[in-house]
Design a protein around this ligand. Structure first.
Ligand code: GDP
Ligand code: GDP
Length: 454
């Protein structure tokens, strides 16, 4: 019943249509002072409590990564949402509603020493209607004597209370086991093993200089193949040493054959190009700097963008670019490439060898961005401040609230934004622009999906 809203396929904001692999969400709900934040810190092991708990910045405590027994999940501290609310009962009702909308499992925290209150009971009504799994936490059970009091919480009708001392850790291992049991979808933490050479697609329309570039960089091709033992390299690929590293240029058979020849259209069968882009991690899209940026160039850029691959834009034949052409090219770039302002550009000449040494650093930067992962705590400290400073515009008297976000995956980076309603595509683009200003992601497309509930 989650709705994935596709936003703005245009303008470089590339949204996923399918449910992705976001870590499941555990929301912590309860009255003020029952120990929600203490519990959150306990669950995340304080590792990510990067945001200082200064008075007045409590809103920054929103969402964090947690892991237990090799599984990962996102912990949401709803205590940070309504710190100034005058009407506490209302505040907790809203908080509970939001938690119900976004969470996979709800941790409902009650103060065992105080016992169940009217406000607790009002929240329970809401939580039970949600039919989401709720774990009732009898907090502040610092010792056996207080734990005896936890039986009083059965009256809330949420089943067995879970005795815990968030402050001292008593019962927290059992709680984490219980959370995992309620979260069958928690994705495992995958350790990446050693990997082979990074895979590069070298694409461009006919005559931009692909063969020439490959020839220039692939002089040592055969000796390189021998030295990379145990890699399974397709015979149509080329292993090339560039910048002190071996790279696997995908599906270059056609280019090698034609090496030295003038041109040919056979390689630019778009199916084959699409296959190379898919097979690669990063694409070098080669453009002819001496000619106008064409429709065909644009199609290739779109293919790389939509395949979610890292991108390096190489303007070849730079030896032919004079001051005049340079002026026009700058204008063209502003106009034609504004949907991919994040692309890394290098100006090269396959003929003279100019700036060929800038290719490898550009590829590395693009790949690093493609694999960059933002910790959830850091992401939300930033996002909370952003949406507070520039809230979503009001439409028809209402504005959806951005609650929190997580980075669901990498290669390319995919973010899931949890909200109370659909977001304007323009607002998602605004978030993307600001995210890039803050965290870089140079050379990689970023995907966003918005998660809300009908
Ligand atoms: P929140 O408003 O629900 O986020 O509550 P806090 O986490 O800020 O905790 C409120 C107060 O309760 C703080 O003084 C905590 O130190 C205290 N507290 C939290 N958990 C426990 C616990 O397990 N035992 C005891 N004795 N105190 C706790
Ligand atoms: P492909 O079709 O993309 O593989 O392009 P080729 O490598 O066959 O190059 C097409 C033509 O452009 C050939 O005549 C090359 O000599 C020429 N060429 C390639 N790179 C450069 C360059 O950097 N500068 C100049 N002036 N000519 C180049």
């Amino acid at each position: 019943d989650w709705v994935e809203l596709a936003d703005a396929a245009e303008e470089g904001v590339h949204a996923t249509a399918s449910v992705d692999v976001a870590a499941p969400v555990v929301a912590v709900v309860g009255r003020p002072n029952v120990g929600k934040s203490t519990l959150v810190n306990r669950l995340i092991g304080r590792r990510q409590a990067v945001v200082e708990d200064k008075p007045g910045v409590t809103r920054d405590r929103v969402a964090y990564d947690a892991q237990w027994s090799g599984r990962r999940f996102t912990v949401v501290d709803t205590g940070g949402w309504e710190p100034d609310a005058k009407d506490r009962a209302l505040a907790i009702a809203r908080q509970a509603e939001v938690a119900v909308n976004t969470a996979d499992v709800i941790l409902f925290v009650v103060d065992t020493v105080v016992g169940p209150t009217d406000v607790d009971e009002a929240a329970v009504k809401m939580l039970r209607r949600s039919k989401k799994p709720v774990i009732l936490i009898a907090n502040k059970c610092d010792n056996q004597a207080i734990e005896m009091e936890a039986v009083a919480l059965w009256s809330l009708g949420l089943g067995q209370p879970f005795p815990l001392s968030a402050l001292h850790g008593r019962g927290s291992g059992d709680l984490l086991d219980a959370i995992l049991a309620a979260l069958p979808t928690a994705p495992p933490i995958v350790e990446s093993g050693p990997r082979g050479p990074r895979r590069v697609a070298l694409v461009g329309r006919p005559n931009v200089g692909k063969s020439s570039l490959l020839n220039r960089v692939a002089g040592e091709e055969r000796s390189v193949v021998d030295s990379v033992a145990g890699t399974t390299v397709d015979p149509v690929d080329s292993l090339v040493e560039l910048g002190g590293e071996v790279w696997q240029f995908v599906d270059t058979a056609g280019l090698r054959k034609r090496a030295g020849q003038a041109s040919g259209t056979e390689y630019f069968a778009s199916l084959r190009t699409a296959g190379a882009i898919e097979a690669a991690e990063v694409s070098v899209v080669l453009l002819d700097a001496s000619e106008v940026i064409s429709e065909q160039d644009q199609r290739l850029l779109t293919m790389v963008n939509e395949a979610g691959r890292a991108l390096v834009l190489a303007f070849n034949k730079w030896d032919l670019v004079d001051t005049d052409r340079r002026w026009y090219l700058d204008k063209e770039i502003d106009r034609e490439l504004k949907r991919i302002p994040w692309a890394i550009r290098v100006n090269i000449s396959a003929a003279t060898g100019r700036s060929i040494d800038r290719l490898a650093p550009a590829l590395r930067t693009a790949l690093a961005s493609w694999e960059q992962r933002l910790p959830t705590g850091k992401l939300n400290a930033w996002l909370t401040a952003l949406v507070q400073a520039t809230p979503h515009p009001v439409r028809g008297g209402r504005a959806p609230r951005v609650l929190f976000a997580t980075q669901a995956s990498t290669q390319p980076p995919k973010f899931v934004i949890f909200t109370t309603g659909p977001l304007d595509p323009g607002y998602v683009r605004f978030i993307e622009r600001k995210l890039r200003e803050e965290f870089g992601f140079e050379g990689t497309p970023i995907e966003f999906s918005v998660r809300t509930r009908r």
